[in-house]
Design a binder for this molecule. Structure first.
Ligand SMILES: [Zn+2]
Length: 329
């Protein structure tokens, strides 16, 4: 989730398609671990290297989405806010907006704000750990995702993928195959923005377009949501809950993305050693943060799955929750 997407060529293909009408969302929650504070390996996240993405959307823009939004093509990095009748702005908790790693506002320390990115604060419905240490992957789908999932086939385990809307519409077949193989598809927003720095409307837009990309591709509405950069506070949560979704955080960050920048001097073996140490220290429990957008981090994910964590759970298995809020067809 720490991979910043900036170089995005915003040309889009306008093709009309057909799909079911815009679905209403339920707000059913599933059980999640309840806890106050917890120890994590998380440190303030630096904005790291840029990853150029040059492909255009290939997923047809569905007719039901044109009917609902009045638009005819997938948006770029700044998706438009479309009003939704089930969102009550009076239920959105008012916390100060802040940018990534700018945590000096004392309000952010309070339980009212409960900032995870600043102070590792988790709320009652956040999922951040698991009875079995399990991998999760952010920022796909990518051309490397299925290679990663082949490894999970070999160990007969499933994983959880937190996907970006902009990448779903570029790699819809990868998304469909990942889902068809039984892996859990979660949302990681439309275009990887740091949500606590956005307006309420911009946050809603990041979530709604992500859900629409998932629904248009595989006919389901996600339950599980991972905020980019761990950027979540009670304002973001109070919006997320109105979509019926729950935040999934982590208690072990592999910092796999640091391998991509030689100035970090982080090697594959460093990641493996850190995983093994955490496994011992945390009694083989936990949720790990990894990325499936880059070949190098995918190869590390495969190695961890094959040689360290052969038995794993998906996020709904971790908490006894549902896979999706709703599936169609
Ligand atoms: Zn991410």
């Amino acid at each position: 989730m720490n991979i910043l997407w900036i170089l995005f060529i915003a040309a889009v293909i306008c093709v009309t398609g057909d799909r079911q009408g815009f679905p209403r969302l339920s707000s059913k929650f599933s059980r999640s671990p309840s806890s106050k504070n917890h120890e994590t390996d998380i440190i303030p996240k630096p904005i790291n290297r840029l990853v150029p993405i040059k492909s255009n959307p290939i997923l047809p823009f569905p007719k039901w989405l044109t009917d609902f939004t009045g638009l005819k093509e997938w948006p770029g990095l700044d998706p438009p806010y479309i009003p939704l009748d089930f969102i009550d702005f009076n239920k959105i908790i008012d916390t100060p907006r802040h940018q990534q790693a700018q945590c000096s506002n004392p309000m952010l320390r309070t339980p009212t704000a409960c900032s995870f990115d600043c102070f590792n604060c988790v709320d009652f419905d956040d999922v951040y750990t698991c009875p079995k240490l399990s991998q999760t992957f952010d920022d796909g789908p990518s051309p490397y995702t299925l290679k990663l999932l082949d490894s999970f086939n070999a160990t007969n385990t499933k994983t959880t993928l937190f996907t970006l809307g902009i990448n779903i519409v570029r790699h819809p077949d990868v998304y469909r195959q990942s889902h068809a193989r039984g892996h859990i598809m979660g949302s990681h927003t439309w275009s990887h923005q740091f949500l606590p720095g956005l307006s309420n409307q911009q946050i809603i837009a990041q979530i709604q377009w992500s859900i629409w990309a998932m629904n248009a591709t595989a006919g389901h509405l996600p339950k599980w949501f991972r905020p980019p950069y761990g950027g979540i506070d009670n304002r973001v949560r109070s919006i997320l809950r109105q979509f019926g979704m729950q935040a999934v955080l982590w208690d072990f960050d592999t910092f796999d993305w640091k391998m991509l920048d030689s100035t970090n001097n982080r090697k594959e073996q460093d990641v493996y050693n850190d995983v093994k140490r955490f496994q011992v220290r945390n009694q083989a429990k936990g949720i790990m943060l990894e990325h499936d957008a880059i070949l190098k981090t995918v190869n590390v994910g495969i190695e961890i799955n094959k040689n360290i964590l052969k038995e794993q759970l998906t996020i709904p298995e971790c908490v006894g929750g549902i896979n999706y809020i709703k599936t169609f067809q």
